[in-house]
Design a protein around this ligand. Structure first.
Ligand SMILES: O=P(O)(O)O[C@H]1O[C@H](CO)[C@@H](O)[C@H]1O
Ligand SMILES: O=c1cc[nH]c(=O)[nH]1
Length: 255
C-alpha cells in the first residue's frame, strides 16, 4: 500500500488550503461546492475552514461524529487532489455524495444509488493501479448506507457505477453493454475514490442522486430534472450523515 506524503510542521496544503487539525477522520465529499453548504446545514455545527478553486471545506459534528465536508470538483484530476490532501491530513472514512445519470430504464430521476463498485472508464485511477484492479467500495461503508436507506423506507438502488471522463461523449455501444450488465448510474469520480482508497488504505463509499436517465422516452426539462434531483439529494445527504454516525459508533476510523 502506498503511503500518503508526510507533512512538514504546520504546512498548509496547496489546493484545499487546510493544515493538520482542520480535517476530521470522517469526510463527506460532494463534487459541487454549493452542495457543501446544503450538507453542512444538517450538521449540529460546522466551522468554515477554507475555500480555494473548487475546494470548499467545513469541519464540524453530526450527532457527535467528527465530520469534514470538502467539495472535490469535477473529474479525476481535481478529485484525486482533494482525496490525497484530505488523507495527508488524517481522513480515514470517505463518502462521496454526488449526482449521476441513471443507466437502467426503471431508475426514476431523483433515485438514491449506492455505488458498490465502479467501472474504470476514466484515466486518473490507472495512474494509481492497473486497469485490472477492481474499484470497490468498503463493505462497512456501503452496508452502513444501505442500512440507513432501508431503515427509513427510502426507495433506492445499489450496484455498479460507470465512472468516465468525457461528460459530452456518449459511446452508445458501451452504454448498452453496461446497462445490460446491470450498471446503475454514470458519474465521474467514484472509481478514483475507490482506487485511491485501496492504494492509501482508507475506507470509501459513494451515494448519488440521479439527475437524468439516457433511456427515458420522455425527457423532462432541465428545471423538472433539477427538482427531482434535489429530492433525491436530500436522501443522499441524510444517508451519508447517518451512515457516518453508524460508522463512528463502530469505530470505523480506528485503524
Ligand atoms: O454532482 P457531482 O458530485 O459533481 O457529480 C457529477 O456531476 C458532475 C457532472 O455534471 C461530475 O462531477 C459527476 O460525477
Ligand atoms: O456524469 C454524470 C453526472 C451526472 N449526470 C450524468 O448524466 N452524468
Amino acid at each position: 500500500m502506498g503511503k500518503a506524503r508526510e507533512l512538514k510542521g504546520n504546512e498548509i496544503l496547496k489546493h484545499i488550503r487546510c493544515k493538520m487539525g482542520d480535517v476530521a477522520p470522517y469526510v463527506i465529499t460532494p463534487g459541487d461546492p454549493a452542495r457543501v453548504k446544503r450538507i453542512v446545514e444538517h450538521m449540529d455545527s460546522a466551522e468554515f475552514i477554507a475555500e480555494n478553486r473548487e475546494y470548499t471545506v467545513y469541519t464540524g459534528t453530526y450527532k457527535g461524529t467528527p465530520i469534514t465536508v470538502c467539495s472535490h470538483g469535477i473529474g479525476g484530476p481535481a478529485c484525486s487532489i482533494a482525496f490525497e490532501e484530505l488523507i495527508m491530513l488524517g481522513a480515514k472514512v470517505f463518502i462521496r455524495v454526488g449526482s449521476a445519470g441513471g443507466r437502467q430504464k426503471d431508475i426514476p430521476i431523483g433515485t438514491p444509488v449506492v455505488i458498490t463498485a465502479s467501472f474504470r472508464g476514466e484515466g486518473t485511477s490507472k495512474v494509481y493501479l492497473p486497469a485490472e484492479f477492481p474499484a470497490v467500495a468498503d463493505l462497512d461503508v456501503t452496508n452502513a448506507m444501505i442500512a440507513v436507506l432501508k431503515e427509513s423506507g427510502t426507495p433506492y438502488r445499489a450496484g455498479v457505477g460507470y465512472c468516465r471522463d468525457a461528460y459530452y461523449v456518449q459511446d452508445q455501444n458501451l452504454n448498452a453493454l453496461l446497462t445490460e450488465a446491470g450498471v446503475m448510474a454514470a458519474e465521474q469520480e467514484a472509481a478514483i475514490l475507490y482506487i485511491i482508497g485501496s492504494k492509501r488504505g482508507v475506507k470509501t463509499g459513494a451515494v448519488v442522486s440521479t439527475d437524468s436517465n439516457i433511456w427515458l422516452e420522455n425527457q423532462p426539462t432541465i428545471e423538472e430534472k433539477e427538482i427531482l434531483y434535489r429530492q433525491g439529494e436530500s436522501h443522499t445527504i441524510r444517508t451519508a450523515l447517518e451512515a457516518m454516525y453508524k460508522l463512528y459508533q463502530q469505530g470505523a476510523h480506528e485503524f
